[in-house]
Design a binder for this molecule. Structure first.
Ligand code: ZN
Ligand code: ZN
Length: 318
């Protein structure tokens, strides 16, 4: 536990994931708030209790939980806080945190159809879907008591406002304190790794999947003038401007690499994914697939490439 600013404490909680520990933030205000809760593991729970104790706080003292997005490293332990706290999150956290059966069934079907149409072989699809399901096991079942969205004000954190930052997750929100330019950024901005813009299934009322990399770039633009970001992973970021420009440049460069790969013949998203991510795609098929499709979305939005459907498969070409 580390006090990082007046009334804001950072807890660093272990996760079983490649990304490493997750940061959750305790904020003192009219009442006590915790932003994100960590994964549903014994280690994370013990560590949370121990770090709260360092500032003489207990889990029971936390009256408000704000969730930045629905990933298990951020919401997993929610069940432990439910008896004492009101949960604030974007409406798109809801079907994940409640483990809505119909939504999850539709989500798996969405991914199966998406992967198939982009040329992913069946054996890989099975593996990718299993991974997605087992990832969910690091989340307990929770609820969202109050839905928050762009511009929402919280009566217990009067200086802060909610900004929607979709991209890494469609449910992603960040908290911004204008008076000193502080952003609690979740996984929207991470210093040591670039956040993946993950392809997500459609939500209620949506006919078309989102284009997460395009959303992510718009959400990055929103944060250009902010001063310091407290991230969901790793160190705080005090050169937000520079980091955002770096991320956008990296994406532009990567998009051009994909475009170049299409100079000889039309290819599917999965063919491009294998070509670009040789060995990594076997270990992280879903992340590399999202990364590839995201950049193809970007190129298509700029009309730099086009797509054709041949025998049910989507091919991209220059
Ligand atoms: Zn995340
Ligand atoms: Zn995370």
């Amino acid at each position: 536990m580390e006090q990082i600013s007046n009334g804001i404490y950072k807890l660093t909680i272990p996760t079983p994931f490649l990304v490493g520990p997750v940061n959750t933030y305790l904020i003192e205000g009219d009442s006590l708030t915790l932003v994100d809760v960590g994964p549903n593991t014994v280690e994370a729970w013990e560590e949370t209790k121990a770090q709260l104790q360092q500032v003489n706080k207990k889990v029971e003292d936390i009256e408000n939980i704000i969730l930045t997005h629905h990933h298990p490293d951020h919401i997993g332990m929610i069940e432990k806080f439910l008896p004492f706290a009101t949960v604030y999150a974007h409406r798109k956290v809801k079907p994940w945190i409640t483990k809505d059966k119909q939504f999850l069934f539709n989500a798996l079907q969405f991914y199966e159809e998406l992967y198939t149409s982009h040329g992913v072989p069946d054996a890989f699809i099975t593996n990718m879907l299993e991974k997605k399901e087992s990832y969910m096991n690091f989340s307990s079942i929770g609820r969202v008591d109050v839905e928050i969205k762009e511009g929402s004000r919280l009566h217990f954190l009067r200086e802060w406002s909610v900004i929607e930052t979709p991209g890494h997750a469609q449910s992603h929100i960040s908290l911004y304190r204008k008076s000193d330019g502080v952003l609690i950024a979740g996984d929207h901005l991470i210093d040591h790794i670039s956040s993946n813009a993950i392809i997500e299934p459609t939500y209620e009322g949506e006919k078309k999947r989102a284009e997460p990399l395009l959303d992510y770039r718009r959400s990055l633009q929103k944060c250009l003038d902010m001063k310091v970001a407290y991230s969901g992973h790793g160190a705080e970021i005090d050169n937000i401007d520079e980091l955002i420009k770096k991320r956008i440049n990296e994406q532009d460069k990567k998009a051009m690499q994909f475009k170049k790969m299409l100079s000889d013949k039309p290819k599917t998203c999965f063919e491009l994914c294998m070509e670009k991510y040789h060995y990594i795609y076997e270990k992280q098929p879903d992340l590399t697939f999202s990364e590839t499709l995201g950049h193809l979305d970007l190129l298509q939005s700029r009309k730099e490439i086009k797509q054709n459907v041949i025998n049910g498969l989507i091919y991209y070409s220059q």
